[in-house]
Design a protein around this ligand. Structure first.
Ligand code: ZN
Length: 255
């Protein structure tokens, strides 16, 4: 269910339907860091307070429902594009009517794409909030200390990590696995601001730490002395966000 799989599906669909949609998705750039915009298509989940995991969960539930309705819109518009193209081929409607449907479809895809990114990010943020509280109560690891529980793996690497090192990790991953690193959040995003997390020098990778790729990545991080926390379990009730957080544990933003 991770975003990378979804993205591939989306791209394939776009290729199958209209090149315009493909161009738009590339123009969107990296979806992971796109915060939703204010305006008509903004999910109505703005949270002004912090420290409320329950509200984060409610927000996620709401956005998941919205996502389902965006998926339906997209599917309907896709069918409409196909229908109008046929009619145009048969000489029954104008080219403009086809273009109109295509543009609506592209808009729906964009909305879906942006919201999907936000949902994944919120999901992961909830996992970090819930399990992060447990981490805060755990004994501090010595430099290069490593610990594993059923829920998470921690490594307090001594390397002075910053986001400037991220390209090195991305390069390692793409050279090893022939696909790009599935980054769910790099640095501070709108989501972290809303939830009051300091994520400025951290990067979340949407890989299960016990998958082959996840294991290879965490081994590589340990070799390089780069600190990480790998979240294994989903948080019951809302989140499905196993992932690897590269960097120091997230603290609270000062207010
Ligand atoms: Zn993180």
């Amino acid at each position: 269910m991770f975003a990378e799989v979804y993205k591939s599906r989306l791209l394939l669909m776009a290729i199958a339907i209209i090149p315009l949609a493909l161009a738009t998705i590339f123009a969107l750039g990296s979806w992971e860091r796109r915060a939703w915009q204010s305006g008509d298509n903004a999910p109505s989940s703005a949270i002004t307070g912090v420290n409320s995991i329950e509200r984060m969960k409610q927000s996620l539930t709401h956005d998941r429902k919205l996502l389902a309705s965006y998926e339906r819109d997209q599917a309907l518009l896709r069918a409409e594009v196909i229908r109008r193209r046929k009619l145009f081929q048969d000489g029954q409607i104008s080219k403009e009517q086809v273009v109109e449907a295509e543009q609506l479809f592209v808009g729906a895809l964009q909305r879906l794409h942006t919201l999907r990114g936000s949902v994944t990010e919120t999901d992961i943020a909830i996992t970090e909030a819930v399990l992060g509280e447990k981490v805060a109560r755990m004994p501090v690891l010595p430099v290069n200390g490593y610990s594993e529980t059923t829920e998470l793996v921690r490594f307090n690497g001594g390397f002075k990590w910053s986001l400037k090192e991220a390209p090195r990790i991305e390069k390692y991953f793409s050279q090893t696995f022939g696909r790009s690193l599935p980054i769910a959040a790099k640095g501070q995003s709108q989501t972290h601001n809303r939830f009051g997390f300091d994520h400025r020098d951290s990067m979340d990778v949407a890989l299960h730490p016990d998958s082959a790729e996840g294991k290879a990545l965490t081994n590589q991080l340990r070799k390089a002395g780069i600190p990480f926390i790998a979240f294994r379990s989903a948080v019951p009730g809302a989140s499905t966000g196993p992932h690897i957080h590269i960097g120091r544990p997230s603290g609270r933003l000062a207010h």
